[in-house]
Design a protein around this ligand. Structure first.
Ligand SMILES: [Zn+2]
Length: 108
């Protein structure tokens, strides 16, 4: 399988953090912005209110585009995870896209 990957300017937040991936075999594509969570599948935007990045100290990271606003419980879980010794709290974040202000709000 071969993929073509690129990092371009995000159409929503304007930061150069929009990672795209094109699968040459299936011609499917997907993209996610590491800053605001804007995500697409086959160039169609998906519902996204933000992004959660969890980076472990061993280098393994997971990024998730959020389709719903995180609940209070969800935010508390995020804060708890940041206290985990295995998590790199400097590289992990929770960003919510503020559509009215057109900017990212960082949840701490
Ligand atoms: Zn973005």
């Amino acid at each position: 399988m071969s993929y073509v990957c690129d990092v371009i300017v995000c159409p929503r937040c304007g930061k150069e953090e929009y990672h795209t991936e094109f699968n040459c075999a299936t011609t499917e594509s997907s993209g996610i912005c590491m800053n605001c969570g804007y995500a697409t599948t086959n160039e169609l935007p998906m519902k996204s209110v933000g992004v959660l990045m969890m980076q472990a100290k061993n280098g393994v990271g997971q990024i998730v585009s959020l389709s719903r606003m995180p609940t209070k419980t969800g935010i508390e879980k995020f804060r708890k995870m940041l206290k985990d010794q295995k998590i790199d709290k400097h590289k992990s974040y929770l960003h919510i896209w503020d559509a009215k202000k057109n900017e990212v709000k960082e949840i701490k």
